[in-house]
Design a protein around this ligand. Sequence first.
Ligand code: UT7
Length: 315
Amino acid sequence: MKYAKITGTGSYLPKQVFTNADWEKRVNTSDAWIVERTGIKSRHIASENETATMMGANAALNALNMANVNAKDIQLVIVATGTPDKIFPATACLIQKQLQIPTCIAFDIQAACSGFVYALSIADQYIKSGVIKRALIIGTEVMSRLIDWQDRNTCVLFGDGAGACVLEASDSPGILSTHLYADGNYNDILYVDMPSGKEPCYIHMQGQKVFKLAVAKLGELVKDTLQFHNIKSEDIDWLVPHQANIRIIKATADKLKLPMEKVICTVEAHSNTSSASIPLALDIGIRDGRIKKGQTLLLEAIGGGMTWGSALVKY
Ligand code: UT7
């Protein structure tokens, strides 16, 4: 049986760091409130030239280098983003051009904060079925261009960045399973309207509703994922969650009875980077040596749609 295996990861964070103290100067908020309610202390904010394409391409280059894969051998590029540089062409095509990847399959997907898990799942199907051998999966977001800089309910929560993975066909286990869900009945608790040219478009969120749904759905999701494989929490080496709020992350870890020492957390320094948050956390955990070859990782995310999903991965 063929598996899709993660053979390289990479990330890119904008140069500018924006702390809670910087937000205190702009809106009626406090470092104490942000840290207590979210666990966030700072976030990276993109400059004008740090676009979804630029950040995604840089993250992808780092992933290709780690995998020791030449860009010309990539057969599929999937970019998960809610903040593309253009409505079309897809950011995937712009990154393909930048990295000089020859003619291949390239497209963007939109599943908000669950985008990376969705992209991973799609690429997994392409590789497992033998259609392709090598894929590049990228989550890249310029959330700072979607926030209302006057709205303290949302502006302090989001940041910019990109993460990427190279996936290659392998005979040894890689992605063990992915589990994707969506329920459009919740479309109005977290959304951004289509630009009409008349009014600016911002993130709208009913924070408490999203919070409660996230805790409930992610709790079910991680338990179901373990049950699907008939494995226990002890079999998980690392939980690599979407980084929206430390309280949601802790609630999911609690559900699994997993100590926080086994959770890769970047929310404090990155805040919520939507579809970039999981590949960013994965890359950091791998590069600092915590995540080792052969370990079992549980990835999970929830976001606008509402969409949610998990992946069980042998690294
Ligand atoms: O990526 C997936 C999508 N996003 C999420 O998963 C986020 C889910 N939601 C959350 O993380 C939390 O609901 C928030 C962090 C957004 C809010 O935390 P909360 O504990 O649910 O607070 P709240 O919305 O109930 O607001 C409590 C109070 C309100 O004041 P009053 O009405 O009690 O006087 C807010 O106006 O906190 C106020 N508040 C703030 N105060 C200082 C809201 N934002 C701020 C702020 N600074 N930035």
